[in-house]
Design a binder for this molecule. Structure first.
Ligand code: NAD
Length: 483
């Protein structure tokens, strides 16, 4: 790719316009499959966030704030239709920006459209309650938007995250300001234009790209924000929550996991194995809800290991257009972070059971998928998030051991239980600390309809499903005294 083919920075998107004139600074964006610069984005900061907040406040007090829920829903449905219409172009852009195989990028764009379809349909179906109270009173509740919501998203699923966090917030009537990740924000920038073209009034949505410590911190700390939704690392999550506390506002945090897949001796291994593998190799393991640990009952360990090793050694890593099992990871920092964790495994003699192969011949950030086991419970590979295609196997004897292992990290996001005995599967599932537990399947975050989020170091609050509409709104109780 020559310099002429670089995708130029467009500016920040405020009031349905591209504003390039503000900071004038830019950030280089690297293509994960080649390691070369392929785009530049504008580096927004404090000033751009100020302008976005002013525009959002005006939208709240003007056209956007006056729309009915049905009218908002129609705009969201139109955004969904337009995303579908541009689906292939968006998928190619997403694949180039993140490195993911093109079929994964296509699935992500379908999901982005589905978020707008789902919340477009839901916008006018959120209502309050009436509450029995004392004689002579009528009491009702109504759900209201927070006002201005801030949204900080990571680089792993930019298009899906755009839909996941913005569609429910807009459905409830909030004016939204999005800070996408500097490593991958080409599709959020394009989707902002699509949303405006679909009829979103000026100020209802601003997208301010930029560095986390500048645009992100300015958004998180701004006193004009009424609620903030953050997805990313636990370290930045703590910063966002502290900033929210200082402004007396609420937040949702989605911070990652070390999700276990529990395999009991009566599990259908033929069905389980492809799901176990997909749960860790999807998006090269860069998924907060990746199934990063496989916990296996000792009596089936040998057979499961054999089956997993056979599949693992067939896995291939390539460029997005090669469309193999995995693409590159997002950047050199992430590659080195994963490699540091793997050298720790080597130093501590944790057995490497199998690994896949890199088939690409470019200079991208490629990491082969690896299976380790048995991994001691006190090893970082069993407790810390790698955010790469690395699966740790651990053994258990009893149900009690399995539950203790599953709950034995600081994270609590997703889990799965594989057993043909429904009683056992249910008993175990209900003792696992996680926001989502799958039985004989694994959803890696699941569908648009399923409430998703964690506990402890995985964060708090729920996005997806109807729950997101509750998160992105607040409640007013009206008490009427009558004769
Ligand atoms: P990060 O937390 O630094 O970045 C996530 C988002 O927060 C980005 O938009 C970033 O610009 C922004 N940000 C960074 N610093 C900020 C600040 N001071 N104030 C406000 N916003 C800020 O994550 P990362 O550096 O991209 O990745 C590091 C690790 O985070 C990964 O290795 C992984 O473990 C984890 N991660 C988790 C998820 C997830 O989905 N839960 C996604 C990406 C990364």
């Amino acid at each position: 790719m020559t310099i002429d083919q670089l995708r130029p920075a467009q500016g920040v998107f405020i009031n349905n316009r591209w504003n390039a004139e503000f900071s004038g600074r830019e950030i280089d964006v690297y293509e994960p499959a080649t390691g070369k610069i392929f785009a530049r984005i504008s580096a927004g900061g404090q000033h751009e966030i100020e302008l976005a907040v002013t525009a959002a406040r005006r939208a709240q007090e003007g056209t956007w704030g006056r729309l009915t829920a049905t009218e908002r829903g129609r705009i969201l449905s139109e955004i969904a239709r337009r995303i579908e219409d541009e689906g292939e172009d968006l998928a190619v852009l997403e694949a180039q920006d993140t490195g993911k195989p093109i079929r994964q990028a296509r699935a992500d764009i379908v999901a982005a459209a589905r978020y707008f379809e789902y919340y477009g349909g839901a916008a006018d179906k959120v209502h309050g309650d009436t509450i029995p109270f004392m004689e002579g009173y009528f009491v009702a509740t109504e759900r209201l938007p927070h006002g201005i919501t801030g949204h900080i998203i990571p680089w792993n699923y930019p298009a899906q995250m755009f839909g996941r966090t913005l569609a429910p917030a807009l459905a409830m009537g909030n004016a939204c300001i999005l800070k996408p990740a500097e490593d991958a924000c080409q599709t959020p920038l394009r989707l902002a234009q699509i949303a405006a073209d679909a009829g979103l009034p000026p100020g209802a949505l601003a997208v301010v790209p930029g560095a986390g410590a500048e645009a992100g911190a300015a958004l998180a700390q701004h006193p004009g924000i009424d609620f903030i939704s953050f997805t990313g690392s636990p370290e930045v999550g703590v910063f966002v929550q502290e900033a929210a506390a200082r402004n007396y506002i609420g937040c949702t945090l989605e911070l990652g996991g070390k999700s276990p897949q529990l395999i009991f001796d009566d599990a259908d291994l033929d069905k389980a194995v492809p799901v176990i593998i997909n749960a860790i190799v999807q998006n090269s393991g860069q998924t907060c809800s990746a199934g990063a640990r496989v916990l296996v009952q000792a009596s089936v360990q040998e057979r499961l290991t054999e089956m997993l090793c056979a599949r693992f050694s067939e896995l291939r890593v390539g460029t997005p257009e090669m469309d193999l099992d995995l693409g590159p990871v997002i950047n050199m920092r992430q590659k080195e972070r994963i490699e540091r964790m793997l050298s720790l495994a080597e130093k501590d003699s944790v057995p490497l059971l199998a690994e896949g192969k890199i088939s690409a011949s470019t200079d991208g950030y490629f990491v082969p998928p690896k299976l380790y086991g048995p991994v001691p419970q006190d090893h970082p590979l069993a407790r810390e998030e790698v955010f790469g295609p690395v699966l740790s196997m651990q053994l258990f004897e009893t149900e009690g051991d399995a539950i203790a292992l599953a709950n034995g990290t600081d994270y609590a996001l997703v889990a799965s239980v594989w057993s043909r005995d429904t009683g056992r599967a249910m008993r175990v599932a209900r003792q696992i600390s996680a926001g989502q537990v799958y039985i004989n399947s694994y959803g890696a975050g699941g569908g648009i309809e399923l409430p998703f989020g964690g506990m402890r170091k995985s964060g708090h609050g729920r996005e997806k499903g109807f729950e997101a509409l509750i998160e992105f709104s607040t409640l007013r109780t009206i008490v009427v005294k009558h004769d």
